[in-house]
Design a binder for this molecule. Structure first.
Ligand code: OSB
Ligand code: MG
Length: 374
């Protein structure tokens, strides 16, 4: 196969409900959409779901645009490939910039699956026909407002709720939510906001008493050792997110026992091939995985649904319905969660069509490059 035309769209959509993590608050998302057209006119779509600012990881929408324009587009355009893994090898020399790479990976996999007539799920080796979805809830101004958000999502049918925590917003909201929902599958995510200390250990030991499914990324991304020391003293599984950007990081996690659950994000790992490898390595090590989200638009979320259909994704993923995030998504039909379950599409590729008019209406800039003829 050969991708002869690439278009990049810089798209902003407002969130239905603003979202605050330990690092910042956001009211909308600005992601890049990648459209890849092959020599036969077939089209695949991908999403670069990087946050606007370098607070989750080092990439931003601007760095992704720059790396895409300068390095990824030239690497991909006009290159011949037989499998998505071969396509991904075309940018193998580029270090880092996983989110930017992931957008091109998803577009290539979507295009490839459409060319074989298979769903992305089946192309990746997925076995589930439906996946369990959880919701991720941000820090709210008050505990009462958080309780209202939890009630709203539980009423919408979601069976698993993840709460963002930060120093000063941890044991109190968790104990309130737990008291209101004794049987709920509940977990917390600190996005690396704690430093290892007597105080933070006391907080983690207190959280250990609330029957949480996991405590996600309490410490800084590179601090595997702190996560290992914490895991040694609490029963709740530690889950790593930001720490694991490459398979090597997963090996470090396993070697140090720095966590017992893995959040696999397609974006953070640089694409679908790496996400699938992480799934396989974790499975062989007996580590359950789930798919984390970055408030993706429908394109990225459809890829998340597809990867979540692999067998070792045994915990609910952050693949809530489109309506949890956006009044109008960029795909048709939108992702729908019913009683917290998302059906895995059986149509070819990501299984949704992209609403190109809506993409264009919300795009602040576009890039359109074609391979030289011949
Ligand atoms: O850590 O999972 C995270 C959003 C932005 C940055 C980091 C994270 C998140 C989420 C979003 O939790 C989950 C979702 O897409 O529903
Ligand atoms: Mg996380």
């Amino acid at each position: 196969m050969r991708i002869d035309r690439l278009r990049l769209f810089d798209v902003t959509l407002p969130l239905v409900h603003s979202f605050e993590t330990s690092s910042h608050r956001k009211t909308g998302l600005n992601h890049l959409l990648v459209e890849a057209t092959d020599a036969d006119g077939r089209v695949g779509w991908g999403e670069i779901a990087t946050p606007s600012d370098p607070y989750y990881g080092s990439e931003t929408t601007h760095t992704a645009w720059s790396i895409a324009e300068r390095y990824l587009v030239p690497a991909v355009l006009g290159t011949s490939w037989e499998t998505p893994d071969e396509l991904e090898a075309s940018w193998g020399r580029i270090r880092g910039h996983e989110f930017a790479k992931a957008g091109f990976s998803i577009a290539g996999w979507d295009l490839y699956a459409r060319s074989t007539g298979r769903s992305l799920s089946s192309q990746l080796g997925g076995t589930r026909t439906a996946v369990e979805a959880g919701v991720s809830l941000g820090i709210e101004p008050t505990v009462d407002e958080l309780l209202a958000q939890v009630a709203r999502q539980v009423d919408a049918g979601y069976k698993r709720v993840k709460l963002k925590i930060a120093p000063g917003w941890d044991v109190e909201p968790v104990s309130a939510v737990r008291a209101a929902h004794p049987g709920l599958d509940l977990h917390v995510d600190a996005n690396g906001a704690y430093r290892e200390s007597e105080e933070s250990t006391a907080v983690m030991l207190a959280l250990d008493g609330y029957g949480l499914t996991m405590i996600e990324q309490p410490f800084a991304p590179r601090d595997f050792v702190a996560h290992a020391r914490l895991q040694a003293v609490i029963d709740t599984p530690v889950c790593l997110d930001e720490s694991v950007v490459a398979i090597d990081d997963l090996h470090t996690m396993l070697a140090l026992d720095a966590g017992r659950v893995l959040n696999i994000k397609v974006s953070r790992m640089g694409g679908l091939a790496a996400a699938r490898t992480a799934h396989d390595v974790a499975r062989d090590a007996g580590i359950p995985v789930w798919c984390g989200g970055m408030h993706e638009f429908g394109v990225g979320r459809a890829a998340n649904v597809a990867i979540s259909s692999l067998p070792n994704f045994t915990l609910p993923s952050d693949v809530s319905g489109s309506d949890k995030y956006y009044a109008r998504d960029v795909i048709v039909p939108p992702v729908v969660a019913t009683a917290g379950i998302v059906q895995v599409p059986t149509e070819s590729g990501i299984g949704h069509e992209v609403d190109v008019d809506w993409v264009m209406q919300n795009a602040s800039r576009t890039l359109d490059v074609s391979a030289a003829a011949g």
